[in-house]
Design a protein around this ligand. Sequence first.
Ligand SMILES: [Zn+2]
Length: 453
Amino acid sequence: MTPDDRLFQQEFLPLFRQLIRNACVNTGDPDSGHEDKSVATLKDYFAGRGLDCQVYHARPGRGSLMVRVKGTDPMAPSLMFMGHLDVVPAQAADWSVDPFSAELQDGQIWGRGAVDMLCWTAAQAVGFAEAVSRVPGGRFPGDLAFLALADEEASGRWGAQYLTEHYWDEVKTDFMVTELGGFFIDTDQGPAAFCTVGEKGVAWVKLTARGTPGHGSMPYGADNAAPKAAEAVRRLGRLRMPLKTSPAYKAMAGAMARGPWERLALTTGWGEGWALKRLFRRNPGMARFLHTAGRTTVSPNVVRSGEKVNIVADRAELLVDCRVLPGTTKADLEAAVRRALGPRLSHQFKFEISDWFPANLSAKDNPLYPAMEKLFLGAHPDSRLVDLVIGGVTDGRFWRAQGTTVYGFSLFSKALTMDAYGQRIHGVDERIDLESLALGVGFFRELPATFWK
Ligand SMILES: [Zn+2]
């Protein structure tokens, strides 16, 4: 499909721009987001296509919308396109354009949500409606569903988590395509685009140490919790967990490396430190993606201790953001953290995990992956697809955890590189080129027929 196509000009562009203009800004406050604005926009769009929607509310104003077209064969696998409606805040003063005007400038649409992820949500909606209108009888063998969620940018509590906990029978599906992926990198073997096949697990750790309160004017021999926290931060800040290679990690490393030595070092771990530094100098974003994909990471980010300047601190607390590889248990993580602290210091700290979501990974031996690859190669015959495991999380994790095969992918133009994507997502002057948008609509329009062929 091209940007001149009728479907693109008359259906996709107005819908996409309206979703940006609705400004469903999620600040993390439960009463922000206001996704109902975009739920209404989508409901109107689908009504015009003769399709009925189901709307769910975990909280007033925070709607999520689903359209499901039942399949003809109860044994056939089901497929869902899933997007989110909310966006992160934008400081208008920093932008070259109004972040919520959805302006078309230099062949690009500018606005908050342009790449994360209203371009997908709109392309999925239009692709879905068009695919259903084209298939004989209006039904595919399996169920085809479209789901647009509230609250992805906070935690999914008022969207994905709520729906998967309370309405699993309605929102479950065998296969799902969602964010994030499709962006390009240049490799020494030609261009490649990423397809997200998995996400690391989240473990937010709280470490608490005790001290004994006393007068701050007489610190000699005091049992002060603050220096314990400082030492713990120093040790955790230096902690480097060992590289664990998986097939997905090796695919990423192989694509990002330049030349045989760097490739050998990054894929095997022999000389990884040297190769990672070289990669970092060339492309810091890529090096960070690769580093986190290969190991459990530990980032001590919040330190609190003491009450008052003249009282010896009787308590200190560290909040540590840990992202774990598949197969890592809570006990494995605690053991690694305690080892890093050392026996004497470790003894001083209580270890708790406040938030835990296990790592999740989708296999590729199924009909969806080759269907996506076929459409990708149709648009970019000189390129290849490479697996990506991300350190962050998307709403897809709630489905992967229940056994759904989930990929983060859409078709983009080569202008949407990993660097461009990395700078624009949650960044200033978020924007996307028209060719990428047209490719995305075509991708979601063609995917169902290719999948159930
Ligand atoms: Zn997103």
